[in-house]
Design a protein around this ligand. Sequence first.
Ligand code: SAM
Length: 225
Amino acid sequence: MRVVGVISPRGRLRRTPSPLRESEYRKLRTTFNTMSEDERTSWNRRYREKSHLSLAPDPFLVQTYDEFIHPLFPRGREALDVAGGVGRHALFLAQRGWRVTLNDISEVGIDQAKAAADKRGLRGIEYVVCDTSEFNFGRARYDLVFVFFYLERSLFPKLRKALRPGGLLVYKTYTHEHRKYGRGPAHPMYFLKDNELLHAFGDMRVLFYRETVKERGVAELVARR
Ligand SMILES: C[S@@+](CC[C@H](N)C(=O)[O-])C[C@H]1O[C@@H](n2cnc3c(N)ncnc32)[C@H](O)[C@@H]1O
């Protein structure tokens, strides 16, 4: 493997000494730095077209809330919703007494989340519009961190560090099994490999893990720091 650059803390590609010609490097850098801009544009468009507007929480969050979140934190504390879109999960938790930080790259999605929260009189949500590579996850800041249908592997150590001792990580996204259904993300890098979440967070106490192979391939994880 040829290493041509490193990703800076701000998510930019910087060159390392390599045999790559300047023109090749520039092309690569432009491609990388425009990727998140493309994501933002394309999610803004989808949210404007109202194709991803559902505020119904994913059944796995509801189940996890009953089985783990509520029993461990009956009064609600601080949560982080990573790449949370229109905030269906942030709203669900805010309605149950949690203070939630909702992050997403799409300002249109976040505006819709804010409108939905205002309509319900929910004040416990902080909104942070930015690329996850620029988000400050901090250290031991949250009791609950959750990620649904978003995969950026470089964040895994940050998710773990952001949790307070005893805090919960809830993660659900597509596995490679999903590709046969011809829906979901286009690029193979957005699909989990077999057992990938289990291995990535195996140093935590895994309270729940499963992979499905029917209807759509997903992995679901609940792990405690
Ligand atoms: C499939 S949606 C899932 C939204 C939400 N987690 C849910 O389950 O309802 C993926 C989300 O990731 C966001 N996203 C994509 N790239 C991102 C990035 N680099 N930083 C932050 N958010 C990003 C999109 O704007 C979109 O809201």
